[in-house]
Design a protein around this ligand. Structure first.
Ligand code: SF4
Ligand code: SF4
Length: 233
């Protein structure tokens, strides 16, 4: 149903006398408006109303902490990167920077690990801990490549979508904030996302192959990134 246009364009038919007298075009428009008045509303009155995105929604990132559900090769990755074995509740991030290497905009990340300052006879001598993990989400396109590259399933997308900020600095999230976001997300929707009955098994299936390929790639050619890669040596 179209509304007849009135104008000087020769291809447009002028309104008939009946249409002019009875406002037929206006009535057609009004009919459409009234029809939509009784339809189910699919938009929400944000920020007064919030929606719950699908579990696979690629929202604000989170950094997962160790919670006993790590993959089998988690310890091997920790050892390989010479990271102090994390305890329960500490970050799963091993500062491998695979997420940064996979990201089309690597400037989003600042990832640093520092050697522990402990005496030579300490069991953690020579090992490192994650000291900085910042993400500038103002540059992120939420493609998800970083999450697929992470060997420890540390960096994930969550269902958080409200990134509004009065300053650009507000879009830069540090490791503490990212950990809180992941903890909150896993507490609310972890089962839904990682439950075997959910639609995630397909996503999980690619891990075995991807991990094998990733481990091989690391052994053959460890990634060398920007200047702050030096702290990995
Ligand atoms: S979602 Fe994409 S653009 Fe954003 S940080 Fe991850 S890899 Fe980079
Ligand atoms: S890929 Fe995962 S473990 Fe490696 S630096 Fe990124 S978040 Fe940390």
């Amino acid at each position: 149903m179209g509304i007849k246009k009135v104008g000087l364009n020769r291809n447009v038919q002028p309104q008939t006398l009946t249409e002019k007298i009875f406002f037929l075009d206006f009535m057609k428009g009004l009919k459409t408006t009234i029809k939509h008045l009784f339809r189910k509303v699919i938009t929400v009155d944000f920020p007064f109303e919030l929606v719950e995105p699908a579990p696979r929604f690629r929202g604000v990132h989170g950094l997962r902490n160790v919670d006993g559900t790590e993959k089998e090769d988690f310890d091997a990755w920790v050892k390989k990167l010479k990271i102090k074995p994390p305890e329960m509740g500490e970050t799963r991030c091993i500062a491998c920077k695979f997420c940064q290497a996979a990201c089309p905009v690597p400037e989003i990340f600042i990832i640093k690990a520092e050697k522990l300052d402990v005496p030579e006879d300490h069991p953690h001598h020579g090992l490192k801990v994650l000291s900085q993990f910042d993400m500038d989400l103002s540059k992120c396109m939420f493609c998800g490549l970083c999450t697929l590259a992470c060997p420890t399933v540390c960096i994930i997308h969550t269902d958080v979508y409200d990134l509004s900020s009065y300053t650009r600095r507000g879009w830069v999230l540090n490791k503490e904030t990212l950990s809180k976001i992941a903890d909150d997300f896993i507490a609310r929707r972890g089962k839904e996302k990682y439950d075997e009955k959910s639609h995630w098994p397909d996503w999980q299936k690619i891990w075995d192959e991807a991990d094998t390929a990733r481990a091989k790639a690391w052994d053959n050619n460890p990634p060398k990134l920007g200047p702050n890669y030096a702290d990995q040596q």
